[in-house]
Write a protein that binds this ligand. Structure first.
Ligand SMILES: C[S@@+](CC[C@H](N)C(=O)[O-])C[C@H]1O[C@@H](n2cnc3c(N)ncnc32)[C@H](O)[C@@H]1O
Length: 221
């Protein structure tokens, strides 16, 4: 099953997870890292649009937020959310985040999306090129935690990763705690963070959710 089909099929369930209590704090933090009043901010792989209200709050009436996603059904949710604002304030477009369908931007946000790319380092490079020197990029992703307090929950995290992987079935989820299904995700997330680290200054890194979620941001040199 392709990534677009997978997120298309599970859009309603995904939206519940994406807007679960507590998650809004991570989303607000991610928005505040990249978006300034008057900015044009692009969210790559915006899914059901859970970040859009926080981004809009940060850019204010003089700014613009554009959400980009490959899959139709999550975009319909995102369009509903964007519908609370004017077309000039928040827009949602169907497109490929690996080849952004946007000419210029002040900032780019990608949350829980870099782990889905074949070559995340190259994609983050393109995002840095898009915003140019002085532009901001932030990446928020899940990875197996290094924090002692979260370590006992790593098997559960592996099952969660397996459940969220396009193409996996119930057997994969049950076997996941005893394997390493999070390894490809962690490798891709590490590659995206390495690319951002290479290209940026004034970086900040913060973790949420017992260390299972990391937010890295920086200003392009
Ligand atoms: C795990 S969801 C994250 C959604 C949202 N960023 C959030 O934090 O809730 C990943 C989203 O990325 C989208 N996606 C995956 N690959 C993409 C690509 N190459 N271009 C655009 N969207 C993509 C999927 O369709 C899906 O909606």
């Amino acid at each position: 099953m392709s990534v677009a089909d997978f997120y298309g099929r599970w859009a309603a369930l995904y939206d519940r997870v994406a807007t679960a209590p507590g998650v809004e704090r991570w989303r607000r933090a991610a928005a505040e890292r990249v978006a300034r009043p008057g900015d044009t901010v692009v969210e790559m792989g915006c899914g059901t649009g859970a970040n859009l209200p926080y981004l809009q709050e940060c850019v204010g009436p003089a700014g613009r937020v554009v959400g980009v996603d490959l899959a139709g059904p999550p975009l319909r949710w995102a369009r509903d959310r964007a519908g609370r604002y004017g077309d000039d304030d928040v827009a949602v477009v169907r497109g490929d985040a690996t080849d952004p369908p946007v000419g210029t931007a002040d900032a780019v946000l990608g949350t829980f999306v870099c782990g889905l790319f074949d070559d995340p380092g190259d994609v983050v490079d393109r995002w840095c090129d898009l915003v140019g020197p002085g532009g901001r990029v932030a990446l928020m992703d899940a990875t197996a935690t290094e924090a002692a307090v979260g370590r006992p929950l790593v098997p559960l995290f592996r099952a969660f990763v397996a459940a969220g992987a396009p193409g996996s079935g119930p057997g994969d989820v049950l076997r996941a705690p005893f394997g390493r299904p999070d390894e490809p995700l962690s490798r891709r997330v590490a590659a995206s963070r390495a690319a951002l680290t290479d290209r940026t200054e004034a970086r900040r890194y913060e973790t949420f959710g017992l260390g299972f979620v990391g937010l890295l941001s920086g200003r392009v040199r």
